[in-house]
Design a protein around this ligand. Structure first.
Ligand SMILES: [Fe+2]
Length: 221
């Protein structure tokens, strides 16, 4: 876990210096390797065994929360058949590492010609609107697989559990985290092959959000 935290801090420091573009271009092999090692540690496995209680469709177990929304490491579990809604991670990097089960990831980007629509929507919390989208091929994910979200690649994603009986569990390294100011989550619904509906919170999404003010540093050390 120490190695992963060290790598995350390194990337975060560069992000602060160089801005979100850094998150699109940095070599993510070290952070990927450190994540892979972290999930195999006894400390993390014991913490998960002790603390993780699946509730509802989507459960979340915080593993490391940081002050000022610098970054978050958390585990998510989806019940069989559950699909998370399509959502974005503005100016953020997310590494998702599959720990159990079988899942599918759908990813999109909003076409740069419609970026102003996203900005306006965030600013005005306006009515839903249709934006031009670019869809990536769907990814099938199994234990040990990784996938990434960066500011300009696969920034919108959704995960579905495609196994009939097992939980789909993945660890997310989210860097930086949502801050409620310039990094606010938005939800989308595919409208056609190259269009998305940008909308407010879908009512059907049962979430158990992290209380980011309830900082618990180094839950797993
Ligand atoms: Fe996400």
């Amino acid at each position: 876990m120490h190695k992963l935290l060290k790598e995350v801090v390194k990337v975060y420091t560069q992000f602060q210096k160089l801005g979100p573009t850094y998150l699109d271009t940095f070599d993510n092999r070290a952070i990927t390797e450190a994540t892979f090692e972290a999930v195999k540690t006894k400390q993390l496995q014991e913490y998960v065994k002790k603390e993780f209680k699946p509730i509802g469709d989507v459960s979340m177990l915080p593993i490391h929360l940081e002050p000022e929304h610098r970054f978050t490491i958390a585990m998510f579990a989806l019940r069989p058949g559950v699909r998370m809604p399509l959502h974005d991670h503005p100016n953020m990097f997310v590494l998702s590492h599959v720990m159990n089960g079988l899942g599918e990831r759908e990813a999109w980007d909003v076409d740069p010609i419609d970026h102003h629509q996203q900005i306006e929507f965030r600013r005005n919390k306006g009515d839903s609107r249709i934006v031009k989208g670019i869809q990536y091929p769907k990814l099938q994910l199994k234990e040990g697989d990784n996938c990434y979200t960066t500011p300009n690649k696969c920034n919108l994603h959704k995960f579905s559990n495609i196994h009939e009986s097992e939980l789909f569990i993945f660890l997310d390294v989210i860097l930086p985290h949502y801050n409620g100011v310039d990094r606010v989550i938005n939800f989308y619904e595919p409208f056609s092959e190259d269009q998305l509906e940008l909308m407010g919170n879908p009512k059907t999404y049962q979430r158990h959000p992290i209380d980011v003010d309830d900082i618990r540093e180094f839950i797993v050390q």
